[in-house]
Design a protein around this ligand. Structure first.
Ligand SMILES: NC(=O)C1=CN([C@@H]2O[C@H](COP(=O)(O)OP(=O)(O)OC[C@H]3O[C@@H](n4cnc5c(N)ncnc54)[C@H](OP(=O)(O)O)[C@@H]3O)[C@@H](O)[C@H]2O)C=CC1
Ligand SMILES: CCCCCC/C=C/C(=O)O
Length: 495
């Protein structure tokens, strides 16, 4: 049970300036450059952060490579790595509230959600991959009798991970935990606007017994340190969550350097489709509102396009707008808030710009659409519903990544499928119907990595997450994620 008093005490503690975490130690940027971290809660400076250069990144990659080659982690028994990663999970749980408050001050996510989706979920992820790693067996291939062909799961070497600001701990641990469990070394590049909690995780990893150099964090602008990581000749695999534009750049950097494998988890414009035979329309309206507005819509799988069957459209939209208006938006460290701050002024301005564009293209603003609580200095926006949106409108095609829902009516199943599949994205989707046959037809017809039926947004670590089309490749979470961090190394032995 979270207590307001404990949260308020933690938020009052000043955050010291932060350096990189390289070779087990905090270190400043080689140039001495520091960038200002601004809290979206009130727009005030939170602390300074090392603004890295390519030289800093290359130092971290060298440290990771040296650690990998001498085997201080990569050659340890899986049972040892399991013990250390469990210890790390214990430490994350010990410091869960502190980590959460620090992260919320940095990125603005409402604390009830952040506590579970960030700190506790990170601890769970480290436990999951700790448990998995001493249960992965090699194989003997079914060759002729005079040959013994072995298939080993070997660590790939140095993993580069670039993660975004919306759920730094959750998404970060989806990459860090399986990479470390498999015996790799890692260099992590967090978003410059959400690095603080991940730097704490690196310190906790050292405390748990992850050897120096195995897990490094380099902070600073993506265009500088992220680019250096992606261009490095000594990084074997790059894993990324973020925008399609950056994902494209990473593929180019890979092609321009050592052809490192790139696994991309990109954005979405996920359709949430409500048929007139949905089992409970009131519940569908409530869950659909949460499916777009939680974390101010800054969720890769957010149900940002609502497709509603024509004959229930008006009543359904009214019910949904009532839920949208009822959300308490405010200080993310106030336990009573249900939606916190938009992550940055840039993101807030982009969100408001999408509303303006939608209206200019003929959509109707049904509720919201305004910045609020400006007097706090923070970045807050009303949950916003746009109706009468055409499938080709900008707001139906581009990822907003804000609290803005685009509503479009549809006629029948074929119409819903056509509209649902009419974007470049394919991350998530939802279908509300009591008709089992229809549900299965929609599961088959909709091109998305995940499809929810009669709910929206449920997830579990045991279930892989990944997109199709321009929403990415490769999967986070589950046993499948381990494939990205292993090479299949075969041995052909003549007997
Ligand atoms: N989970 C998701 O699906 C996410 C989707 N997005 C989408 O992207 C939009 C823009 O958000 P934004 O934060 O700018 O997303 P980016 O893709 O720019 O950021 C994601 C990560 O990539 C880094 N990065 C940025 N440029 C480069 C580069 N040239 N080379 C290597 N790494 C780089 C960023 O670092 P830094 O921030 O320090 O520059 C950050 O760590 C959002 O509005 C949303 O639509 C964004 C975040 C998450
Ligand atoms: C409680 C939030 C669930 C988030 C599901 C996955 C999000 C990924 C992303 O935003 O990249």
């Amino acid at each position: 049970m979270l207590e307001q008093g404990a949260i308020d005490a933690l938020r009052a503690i000043p955050v010291p300036d932060q350096g990189h975490h390289i070779d087990g130690r905090q270190s400043p940027a080689e140039t001495g450059e520091v960038l200002d971290v601004v809290s979206p809660i009130d727009g005030a400076r939170l602390c300074g952060l090392a603004s890295g250069s390519a030289a800093d990144m290359n130092r971290a990659v060298r440290s990771a490579r040296a650690a990998f080659e001498d085997g201080r982690w990569s050659k340890t028994a899986p049972a040892h790595r399991k013990k250390v990663l469990h210890r790390l999970a214990d430490l994350i749980e010990r410091d869960a509230l502190e980590l959460t408050v620090l992260g919320v001050r940095d990125n603005g996510t409402e604390i009830n959600m952040a506590y579970k989706a960030e700190a506790l979920s990170a601890a769970g992820t480290f436990r999951y991959y700790a448990e998995v790693i001493d249960k992965v067996y090699g194989e003997i291939a079914p060759t002729a009798q005079n040959i013994l062909a072995l298939v080993h799961h070997a660590p790939v070497g140095v993993v580069g991970a670039i993660v975004p600001w919306n759920f730094p701990l959750m998404i970060g641990s989806w990459k860090i935990a399986p990479a470390l469990a498999a015996g790799n070394s890692l260099v992590l590049k967090p978003a410059e606007s959400a690095s603080l909690s991940l730097l704490r995780i690196a310190a906790l990893a050292a405390e748990a017994g992850v050897p120096d150099g195995v897990f490094n964090v380099v902070t600073g602008p993506g265009a500088v340190v992220g680019e250096a990581l992606a261009l490095s000749m000594d990084v074997d695999v790059l894993v990324f969550t973020g925008s399609g534009a950056t994902g494209r750049r990473l593929l180019n950097y890979s092609a321009a350097s050592n052809l490192k494998r790139c696994y991309l988890e990109l954005g979405g414009k996920s359709p949430n489709i409500v048929f007139n035979d949905a089992p409970d329309l009131e519940e569908a309206a409530r869950v659909s509102a949460a499916g777009i507005f939680r974390n101010s819509g800054q969720v890769c799988v957010a149900g940002s396009r609502l497709l509603v069957q024509q004959d229930i459209h008006d009543d359904f939209v009214s019910a949904l707008c009532a839920h949208a208006r009822a959300f308490r938006v405010g200080d993310p460290l106030d336990l009573k808030s249900q939606i916190g701050a938009v992550h940055s002024l840039t993101q807030l301005e982009a969100d408001l710009g999408f509303v303006e564009t939608a209206e200019a293209e003929g959509a109707d603003l049904r509720t919201g659409g305004q910045r609020i609580l400006e007097e706090t200095g923070g970045y807050y926006m009303q949950p916003t519903v746009m109706t009468n949106v055409k499938p080709t409108d900008t707001i139906a095609q581009r990822e907003v990544f804000g609290p803005v829902l685009a509503v479009t009516p549809f006629k029948d199943e074929d119409d819903a499928i056509r509209i649902a599949n009419s974007t470049e994205f394919g991350l998530a989707s939802g279908v509300w119907t009591e008709n089992l046959g229809r549900a299965h037809r929609m599961i088959a017809a909709i091109r998305s990595g995940v499809i929810h039926v009669n709910t929206y947004g449920g997830a579990d670590l045991t279930v892989p997450l990944g997109g199709v089309k321009q929403s990415g490749n490769g999967h986070d979470k589950s046993l499948h994620a381990l494939d990205k961090y292993h090479d299949l190394k075969t041995a052909w032995i003549q007997l």
